[in-house]
Design a protein around this ligand. Structure first.
Ligand code: AMP
Ligand code: ZN
Ligand code: ZN
Length: 421
């Protein structure tokens, strides 16, 4: 028979001592007085207006019981530059993650892609989990760009598996799109089921389904709304799991950028603007980055730098200051930005297309991201400045964790009032 000899509030260890091992109640963990954890959750490509579509009851309740704001992404409004900006506090121009695809003159012949985990590409800005691990706080990531990287380490030149040094989260997972949202949530809850001494204090959780649906179908499609509802359901499972564990959590839920509709009716065909003999495209889409063919700089500039419809091009040093973009060596010498909704392609599209994309002006309404903070550490009366910069999240996270942030582009004062005194 179950021994009920102690009040519920007593510690797990004491309760365990008076309950026969094979008869401990399943919900025993709920009686432990747990320290709050911080969970940073990204819903990739989730536009703030998706919260108004009537399919996100859990997110709406968290916003209602917490603090909600629209957040400005960093430029360019792509996944890797923005996820890295959020966790490092550095804008792409400073963090070195200037795009999803990059070249670097110091690494001739190499290309950075979303699969690159060589610390070389990542070492210029310190992510919050490294700041935390250095301060002795245990961290865990169930996905976040860069969290699989031995940060600060060095990869041997001819032996990709030989790494020296570097810090990763204590628990991390190699990104795999096939791992469902529910499995990711279960993974987070499993980490929190651990004994206190090996339990993470800071965790990240990442969902890609809304971004994928937005690309395939466009931001206004029923499929995208459904994906937003599905992820909301998974957030609901997380909330249920935290409650069952008695685990208080400070949740920071956000997106990296928004989404705008694109169409084959709105294409800027680069080979009609300039002579392909004069340039090489590094990236194309909502923006294009170009390198001139050696000796063809003048010819290229004469074609692209003049005013033209739906697109503006600059030498990298002349990109307007408000983008905070153009000094890093990984940014190619020429940069063209399309008007939001227009895409730059090397040549005319072979067949009609529609859908969604991002990468455009970070002040464009369609590119804005959302931000929700909910939990015991937050002061619900605080109103963040509208469209605050996403680099301001890193100092907020450091403050939540009680650790000293490294110097970054993030301004600690912007979200200071969000934390309860
Ligand atoms: P984007 O091309 O900017 O829309 O990038 C979104 C895609 O990035 C997602 O659909 C994922 O497939 C991919 N992605 C997200 N996180 C990671 C990661 N940690 N490692 C590799 N790829 C990722
Ligand atoms: Zn993204
Ligand atoms: Zn995307």
């Amino acid at each position: 028979m179950l021994l009920r000899c102690l009040p519920l509030a007593l510690s797990l260890a004491v309760l365990a001592a008076c309950t026969p091992v094979d008869q401990r109640p399943a919900a025993i963990a709920a009686v432990e007085n747990r320290q709050a954890v911080t969970i940073l959750i990204s819903i990739d490509g989730f536009r703030p207006d998706y919260l108004q579509r009537g399919v996100t009851p859990h997110l709406n309740a968290l916003a209602e019981g917490g603090v909600e704001a629209t957040m400005r992404p960093s430029f360019p409004t792509k996944t890797f530059p923005n996820h890295w900006a959020i966790v490092t506090g550095d804008r792409p121009d400073r963090s070195g993650i200037v795009a999803n695809t990059m070249e670097d003159a110091a690494r001739p012949g190499e290309k950075f892609t979303m699969a690159s985990d060589d610390p070389y590409w990542w070492n210029e800005a310190e992510p919050i989990w490294v700041t935390a691990e250095k301060a002795g706080l245990r961290t865990a990531t169930i996905f976040w760009p860069g969290s699989n990287v031995a940060w600060g380490g060095t990869r041997a030149k001819d032996s990709p598996n030989a790494l020296s040094g570097g810090i990763r989260p204590s628990d991390w997972a190699q990104f795999n799109q096939q791992i469902s949202g529910v499995q990711r949530v279960d993974g987070i809850l499993d980490l929190l089921r651990r004994p206190a001494d090996i339990r993470p204090r800071f965790l990240t959780l990442y969902f890609d389904a809304v971004d994928t649906a937005g690309h395939e179908n466009g931001p206004d499609a029923a499929e995208t709304t459904k994906a937003a509802g599905d992820v909301d359901g998974q957030i609901g499972l997380l909330l249920d799991g935290l409650k069952a564990l008695g685990q208080p959590a400070n949740l920071v839920i956000l997106s990296d950028h928004g989404m705008a509709a694109k169409s084959s009716e709105r294409v800027i065909v680069l080979d009609k603007v300039a002579d392909p003999a004069d340039y090489r495209i590094v990236e194309s889409g909502p923006y294009a980055s170009l390198d001139a063919t050696p000796g063809h700089e003048k010819a290229l500039e004469a074609r692209i730098l003049k005013p033209q419809p739906h697109m503006q091009c600059w030498r990298k040093a002349a990109i307007p200051g408000r983008f905070h973009y153009g000094t890093h060596r990984r940014i190619p010498p020429y940069f063209c930005l399309a008007e939001t909704g227009w895409v730059i392609q090397p040549s005319a599209p072979a067949k009609p297309f529609a859908g969604g994309d991002h990468g455009w002006d970070n002040r464009s309404p369609e590119m804005q991201a959302f931000f929700i903070a909910h939990g015991p550490a937050f002061d619900q009366r605080f109103r963040p400045p509208s469209n605050f910069d996403n680099v301001d999240v890193y100092p907020l996270l450091a403050r939540l964790l009680g650790i000293a942030p490294v110097s970054s582009d993030g301004n600690p004062a912007v979200l200071e009032g969000l934390i309860r005194k």
